[in-house]
Design a protein around this ligand. Structure first.
Ligand code: FAD
Ligand code: NAD
Length: 455
């Protein structure tokens, strides 16, 4: 019965049972894809597995819909609702896609092999091996930028992965419960309930916005004795938050934050991070201490160790420390048959899901054309062209902002209607019906019952 139900699910989804997929064909070339994020999944969805054997190596056996990750830190959305197992994604394919839950630790472009390490806690007798490739697609994303500042990794929380959202959630509730502990000193209550976000880019702004909603809608209701003590501060080194948005939307965001009592410290740069306080250089160049309970660090991206290792190996061609240099066809400079897409590259576009998705789709079409050209067909491979579809961000109290390209200009809108638009765009961009169903369910659940305040 269980088997029949399981198989039924495949039929409902209109997908293939893994046993119905063709096996690897030794006569076909093998494409190894590193990563299971936006770039990799967009490539995997479009690559024609009749032409190639495809293998995926990633320490995560799921895709993560990052735009809704800030909502997971406060329980508006459940984490599993924005995760999609990689095997669900590849079951559409005509040929079986091999998946190894492991980290690629080295790339040797001369022997065309990669070294991989099993990352699971429970390992078999083999946990390190090498794998050959004909073509390699790097879609490994980026690391959190810390500028090498001591204390950041130890005391702050990032917001990039599932475990980051879980850690933020646990620390937040720990701060709240500790603040309510018997005979807690008043200055300690103030510190514990001070939530500091570093970085006024979209990650920092969206997190501060979600945190505000959680405090207002739920925590102040369940912890009335602490209600007037909660504080949120956003620290940004530049003169304003969200530099990629129009000045009108920057102003709108800053005034919404003011109304929502989120303190925004611009022209303020974090210089030191300790366990209970940060030291910042303020706009007047004074070094000031800010005590905190929860510290969220969102100061952008830097290359992952694997990208740095490859760049060092082919340093004559890789001259930027900020990411892998690729040409207009996504080919890695200095490494034949290696391609790179998304946040791991250094390109003229911002590192966004939008860019990674378009690059993944483009690269799959390049591989399609290469296969047709090998068959003797007359095909031309054109360079990648990015088409910007606009920028969106949630700013709290059911308001969002949107900068949208319109005719030859730009439209900047913000407010509650934009929030409805924000929701519909994200829902329609989710990869599966299953994810959409779960996220809409979570939105309804948190509206009806409120957010869960358990640890
Ligand atoms: P990722 O999606 O990060 O995927 C990288 C993959 O590589 C992961 O599966 C990782 O496990 C794997 N990997 C890492 N190291 C290795 C290794 N050594 N070997 C093999 N695999 C490896 N962008 C937007 O356009 N709109 C948004 O609204 C938006 N919201 C965001 C919200 C948040 C909170 C964050 C953090 C980002 C947001 N972004 C948004 C940016 C977007 O998530 C990234 O630009 C996008 O994820 C980049 O895709 P990618 O495939 O390059 O990397
Ligand atoms: P970011 O690079 O966009 O912003 C980081 C901010 O941190 C910058 O404004 C920088 O001035 C500030 N900063 C750096 N060091 C600092 C310091 N020591 N003290 C104070 N401030 C400091 O980074 P992000 O917000 O993590 O976003 C990363 C990428 O993901 C971007 O390309 C972004 O567009 C994308 N993203 C998009 C969305 C969206 O479209 N809604 C949401 C999240 C992320």
């Amino acid at each position: 019965t269980v088997g029949a139900i399981g198989y039924g699910a495949y039929e409902i989804y209109g997908k293939r049972h893994p046993l119905e997929q063709k096996p690897f064909d030794p006569k076909k070339r093998t494409v190894v894809v590193l990563g299971s994020g936006w770039g990799a999944v967009s490539f995997l969805k479009s690559i024609n597995t009749d032409d190639y054997n495809v293998m995926v190596v990633s320490p995560r056996n799921y895709f993560l819909f990052t735009p809704l990750l800030p909502s997971c830190t406060v329980g508006t959305i459940e984490l599993r609702s924005i995760m999609e197992p990689i095997r669900f994604i590849t079951q559409h394919k005509s040929r079986n896609v091999k998946f190894y839950e492991s980290e690629c630790t080295d790339i040797d472009p001369e022997s065309k092999t990669i070294s991989i390490t099993d990352v699971s806690d429970i390992k078999g007798s083999v946990s390190n091996t090498t794998v050959p490739y004909d073509y390699l697609v790097m879609a490994i994303g980026a690391d959190n930028q810390t500028f090498g500042m001591a204390g950041v990794r130890e005391f702050a929380c990032f917001l990039k992965e599932i475990w980051d959202a879980q850690k933020i959630r646990t620390r937040l509730m720990d701060c709240v419960e500790s603040a309510g502990f018997a005979k807690q000193a008043p200055e300690e209550v103030d510190r514990l309930l001070h939530m500091v976000v570093v970085g006024g880019g979209p990650t920092g702004v969206e997190y501060a916005a979600e945190l505000h909603d959680f405090l207002k809608d739920d925590l102040e209701v369940w912890y009335p004795e602490l209600a007037d003590k909660f504080r949120i501060t956003l620290v940004e080194a530049l003169p304003n938050v969200l530099p990629m948005f129009s000045s009108q939307l920057i102003q709108y965001t800053e005034s919404t934050f003011k109304q929502n009592k989120i303190e925004v410290l611009t022209k303020t740069m974090v210089k030191e991070v300790a366990d209970k306080e940060i030291k910042v250089m303020d706009a007047n160049k004074n070094l000031v201490s800010i005590p905190y309970g929860l510290l969220v660090w969102a100061t952008g991206n830097c290359p992952r160790p694997l990208a740095r290792k490859l760049m060092a190996r082919i340093k004559e061609a890789q001259t930027s420390p900020r990411g892998i240099l690729v040409d207009d066809y996504m080919r890695v400079a200095g490494a034949p048959d290696v391609y790179a897409i998304g946040d791991c590259t250094f390109s003229k576009y911002a590192p966004t899901a939008q860019v990674a998705t378009q690059q993944g789709l483009y690269l799959a079409s390049v591989f399609e054309n290469l296969a047709r050209m090998e068959e003797g067909q007359n095909k031309k491979i054109t360079p990648f062209e990015y088409s910007h579809q606009g920028s969106l961000a949630y700013i709290g109290s059911d308001k969002a902002i949107a900068d949208l390209p319109f005719l030859n200009g730009n439209v900047s809108v913000g407010g509650v209607a934009t929030y409805v638009f924000w929701r519909s765009v994200y829902i329609s961009n989710m990869f599966s019906f299953r994810n959409r169903f779960l996220v809409v369910g979570d939105w309804m659940k948190s509206k009806v019952f409120g957010r869960d305040v358990s640890r």
